[in-house]
Design a protein around this ligand. Structure first.
Ligand code: MTE
Length: 312
């Protein structure tokens, strides 16, 4: 997000999957040898695990899904580097079990959930969502997860809970990108309470019917399809209910470029580039970007009366 302009990205930049997989296997082999363990490989094994009991949902799209290989090799996950193929190459050091997600702040029912418990909290469903990165590329991804509101309901927010803050793991040993201060770690994101409660807002634990690969935010990440991709925080360890609007990592870094709302909006340009069009990964010609990424029917009412140029 600091580095590229949308026009710079070509489909050919995606590393061919065979090359990538072979390189990753090689790197992980080296890592495992160096550490004297097989932990680097374990992450890979987990990512391929088929999730049981995933139900279909009404959230489907009449659009081609972005191939699994592109979804898992062309990523933004600055904790593992700022290049698009850095995450897939470097995520072997992330340990996603055991993993605890704490729910805290303005709630009647705070708690610490083990990830394997959390995954059984609500039925898992598949939801095919359009995802639009602020940099100008987009994908169609079949996520597996459950609505965030399932957790919110159980947490029983108090009347003071106006926003929800999401915090990614902070551990430079597991996340080598955190050894450089490209962002003020940990990665923090946030939603207004009604946005968090919106039925579209998903906590994803998988994609393409399988456990989430580390590079896509394992073991659990947010998915907010009507907002630019950076709102969808990865590898979450904390969900905090707060009274004040959270200061997100990107607002801290460049407040004039990345606002709190960050709704997909072709009519409000990024200060350094237009947001009117996007390149669907795998396609050659650009397509028009849709207001709220095409989810206006489900979300537009939340912003009625708001100046979306001001609240960008
Ligand atoms: N979450 C964390 N913790 N760190 C990140 O760098 N990048 C964001 C978002 N979540 C990011 C993150 C951005 S810019 C995008 S576009 C999406 O993750 C990309 O998600 P994907 O790699 O699963 O497609």
């Amino acid at each position: 997000m600091l580095i590229r302009h949308p026009g710079d990205i070509r489909p050919s930049e995606i590393t061919p999957p065979e090359v990538y997989r072979a390189r990753r296997r090689f790197m992980q082999g080296l890592g495992a040898l160096a550490a004297g363990t097989l932990t680097g490989v374990a992450a890979d094994v987990q990512a391929g695990v088929k999730l049981a009991g995933v139900r279909a949902s009404a959230y489907t799209l009449n659009e081609d899904k972005t191939p699994y290989k592109a979804v898992t090799t062309y990523n933004n996950f600055y904790e593992f580097g700022t290049g698009k193929d850095d995450p897939a190459e470097n995520v072997g050091s992330l340990k996603t079990r055991p993993w605890t997600v704490t729910v805290e702040g303005e709630v009647g029912n705070p708690g610490a959930y083990d990830i394997d418990m959390l995954m059984k909290l609500a039925p898992l469903e598949e939801r095919v969502y359009r995802m639009r990165c602020v940099e100008g590329w987009s994908m169609v991804i079949p996520w597996v997860g459950f609505p965030l509101r399932e957790i919110i309901r159980r947490a029983a927010p108090t009347g003071n809970a106006k926003y929800v803050e999401f915090v990614t793991l902070a551990d430079p040993k597991q996340m080598p990108g955190q050894r450089t201060r490209v962002l003020d770690w940990p990665y923090v994101e946030g939603l207004r309470m009604d946005e968090a409660m919106n039925p579209l807002t998903l906590l994803a634990v998988g994609l393409y019917g399988e456990l989430l690969p580390n590079q896509n935010g394992a073991p659990i990440r947010l998915v907010v399809p009507w907002k630019y991709g950076f709102k969808s925080a990865k590898s979450i360890v904390k969900i905090r209910f707060v009274e004040r609007q959270p200061l997100t990592a990107w607002m801290k870094a460049t407040p004039n470029e990345y606002g709190f709302y960050s709704n997909v909006n072709p009519g409000v340009d990024h200060p350094r580039w237009s947001q009117a069009k996007e390149r669907r990964i795998g396609e050659f010609f650009k397509r028009d970007t849709l207001m709220f990424n095409g989810y206006g029917d489900q979300v537009a009412q939340m912003y009625r009366g708001m100046d979306l140029k001001k609240h960008f």
